[in-house]
Design a protein around this ligand. Structure first.
Ligand code: GDP
Ligand code: MN
Length: 390
């Protein structure tokens, strides 16, 4: 789960990481009031779940409260397009009005999970080239990225912070501040079940202190039940509406970029199905696991989700009937498909208990299904259909 910058800054504050003073505004009038209260130059920042706001016009410096009013008026309600939002952009509903900072240098610092390492799977990344995306730093200045691994079993040790400190060529006067920030990132990460804690830029101010100007945090969804205070920060309006619907329906759904929609029972079978779609020359539109004991209601909800994804050009249903018998699944598919006006062709592959009865039900229904026996055969058919003209 992602949260907004202003929420992540609240967490940084709780862990004594210095952040600028500021408040959230939903109207230009509020922005004016906050800027007057701060009493100095401010920065007005769009709050959306995407980075690159600066380049997209979502971060604006304002000398006076009047300027802050104007900046907020421009930004609030705008459709902000950044390299992370996609071409459709995101509507801005809130801005953060903060005391502006005199920036001497911008640094990058983050802590994240690196799945390519097994024992030391947490990794700090730091760079002197802060401000830009880490992907951009990695491609432009790969030797300017410092990585320091941390074992979650052994935990954080100060030497790791010192390594980062020396790697960044920071002035000695900053060592205590820096080490405290590095340590705080680890504590936040562990305490809150985070999957990424990033400060970008972490700046050296004109008066020679460190300050977190921008921050991004993401959290492990499966850990959220332990953190009601984080769960409360969820902003559904920022999330993919189909994924939100799926959570409510109790199906595991992840939207992807392809156009073959799939509906499968069981996560392993769903992964295999996606692999075979790719092997057959197609691209899956999603991962969707309706679960082991998928009911008719769930199948129906899953169809609705697939059907409302405009990218889906063909649907592949792959169900292994175990406890839930194939004939029962077939009935469910027929019922659900007759309620929903399916916009695209569908291939159904069933295996398992009562498979013959199931296939016959599908073949004899007056709905149009392609019935397949083998999984690869099903994938080939679905990919072919996804490429044919509608
Ligand atoms: P992002 O573009 O979404 O990553 O938003 P950031 O908050 O990182 O802002 C982008 C850039 O705007 C930063 O890298 C800074 O260069 C600049 N910026 C943000 N806040 C301030 C500020 O208070 N003072 C100055 N001088 N620049 C700022
Ligand atoms: Mn940033």
């Amino acid at each position: 789960m992602k949260i907004h910058e202003y929420q992540a800054k609240q967490i940084l504050r709780e862990y004594n990481v210095p952040v600028p003073i500021g408040e959230i505004a939903k109207t230009p009038e509020d922005a004016y009031k906050i800027a007057s209260k701060i009493g100095t130059k401010v920065v007005v920042k769009a709050q959306i779940h995407a980075g690159g706001r600066g380049k997209g016009g979502g971060v604006c410096l304002a000398e006076t409260p009047e300027d802050a009013y104007k900046a907020a008026k421009n930004i609030l309600g705008m459709r902000l397009i950044t390299h992370q939002t996609g071409p459709e952009g995101k509507i801005v509903n809130k801005v953060l009005v903060e005391q502006a900072t005199d920036i001497k240098k911008e640094l990058y610092l983050s802590l994240l999970v690196d799945r390519s390492r097994n024992k030391e799977c947490l990794v700090y990344m730091a760079s002197e080239a802060g401000g830009m995306d880490i992907e951009e730093v990695a491609s432009k200045y790969p030797d300017k990225i410092i990585k320091v691994a941390v074992s979650p079993v052994a935990g954080f040790s100060p030497f790791q912070a010192r390594k980062l400190f020396y790697g960044l060529n920071l002035d000695k006067s900053l060592s205590n501040q820096f080490i405290n920030i590095v340590k705080a990132l680890y504590q936040i990460f562990i305490d809150k079940d985070a999957s990424l804690v990033e400060i970008n830029p972490l700046v050296i101010t004109g008066d020679g202190n460190l300050l977190a100007i921008d921050t991004k945090m993401t959290f492990d969804d499966d850990g959220l039940y332990r953190h009601p205070e984080i769960k409360e920060m969820r902003d559904i309006s920022e999330e993919d509406h189909l994924e939100v619907e799926a959570v409510d329906a109790g199906v595991n759904y992840i939207k992807l970029d392809g156009n073959v929609g799939c509906m499968v029972n069981g996560a392993g079978l769903a992964m295999t199905t996606m692999d075979l779609i790719q092997l057959a020359g197609g691209e899956p539109a999603n991962f969707l696991d309706v679960g082991g004991g998928a009911s008719v209601e769930r199948i129906e909800k899953a169809f609705r989700i697939l059907n409302s994804d405009p990218k889906v050009r063909a649907i592949l249903v792959n169900i292994f009937g175990g406890i839930l018998r194939c004939d029962r699944v077939a009935q469910g598919i027929i019922e659900a498909a007759s309620k929903i006006e399916l916009k695209v062709p569908m291939v159904v592959r069933l295996q398992g208990t009562n498979v013959e009865e199931g296939r016959n039900l599908l073949k004899n229904s007056n709905l149009k299904f392609e019935v397949a026996e083998g999984l690869y055969e099903a994938a080939l058919k679905a990919v072919e259909l996804s490429k044919s003209k509608m």
